[in-house]
Design a protein around this ligand. Structure first.
Ligand code: GLN
Length: 281
């Protein structure tokens, strides 16, 4: 037996560079205690099995396994999302898309129809459905395992009754009558050459299918550009996440002859992370 405090103290001594907050988070996931309990009742003794489980997770963290992959979930837009090997780990940068949509569609009570392409964990569409209480969503992913994770996340976050999940390639699973006010996507946008130089923590834990967008990273934007207008309602908007430095190429693709109205949004690092395309019908 050992107390919560002594376990944390030992882990910090052995791995001084690991943030104490991350160690507490691991202890929370192993014991099921709240952070308040761990902070306030450090003298609580825990069983040898839990000590072993905690020690193993600390070793994983020290070896560079992302915290979210160890605990199996990640916070996004104030909600918790379960991860699976088939899904991308939701990134804070992607919250820029939610902010851009809230600015573009400020009336939260309208019966919006929203489509999320390449939904992964479902973090984007589930966050939007939680913001727009009357909205209906469709989420598409090519990977059935990702869709199952998105389904579980929609149940856990209380929006499953307003979300339809479809398996397939980009727009293919949609019917000829389907129309949306918002089409959103965080497509795979890393080029094949950049993929080789990615951080090991990304390469080892995020699925390649969710990351790489063809040779130049632009292949998925091309597929979206070819299909989106047909599925947008009049006045609707396409909202896309961009990779670093892709602004020019993507703008050129979505505003042929300056036909569409375009807005861009920066992330917290000041990088253009999102474009909103509003076709002028
Ligand atoms: N839509 C999901 C996210 O933003 C997955 C994106 C992807 O797999 N490229 O996290």
């Amino acid at each position: 037996m050992a107390s919560l405090d002594s376990l944390l103290g030992n882990a910090k001594n052995q791995h001084p560079t690991l943030p104490l907050a991350h160690l507490r988070y691991l202890l929370k996931s192993v014991t099921g205690f709240s952070l308040e309990y761990i902070l306030g009742r450090g003298e609580t003794e825990i069983s040898p099995e839990l000590i072993l489980a905690f020690t193993k997770k600390v070793e994983d963290l020290a070896c560079g396994v992302p915290l979210s992959r160890i605990v199996g979930c990640k916070e996004f837009w104030g909600m918790s999302f379960k991860l699976s090997p088939a899904t991308l780990d939701p990134r804070p940068d992607t919250e820029t898309l939610i902010e851009a949509i809230l600015k573009t569609f400020p009336h939260k009570t309208g019966p919006l129809k929203i489509l999320d392409l390449g939904t992964g964990t479902g973090c984007i569409i589930i966050s939007l459905l939680s913001e727009y209480a009357e909205a209906q969503g469709v989420a598409i992913d090519i990977n059935p395992d990702a869709l199952e994770t998105a389904r579980e996340n929609s149940v856990q976050n209380g929006v499953s009754e307003r979300l339809r999940l479809l398996q397939g390639d980009w727009f293919k699973p949609l019917g000829p009558e389907d129309r949306f006010d918002i089409i959103v996507s965080n497509p795979p946008y890393i080029s094949e050459s950049d993929y080789k130089n990615l951080d090991k923590n990304v390469m080892d834990f995020d699925p390649v299918q969710a990351l790489v967008g063809g040779k130049d990273g632009l292949a998925c934007y091309q597929k979206i550009a070819a299909g989106f207008e047909r599925y947008l309602s009049p006045g609707g908007a396409l909202v896309l996440e961009l990779g670093y430095g892709q602004e020019k190429d993507v703008l050129r693709m979505f505003s042929p002859k300056n036909k569409n109205e375009i807005k861009t949004f920066k992330d917290l690092s000041g990088i253009v992370r999102c474009i909103v395309v509003i076709p002028v019908f």
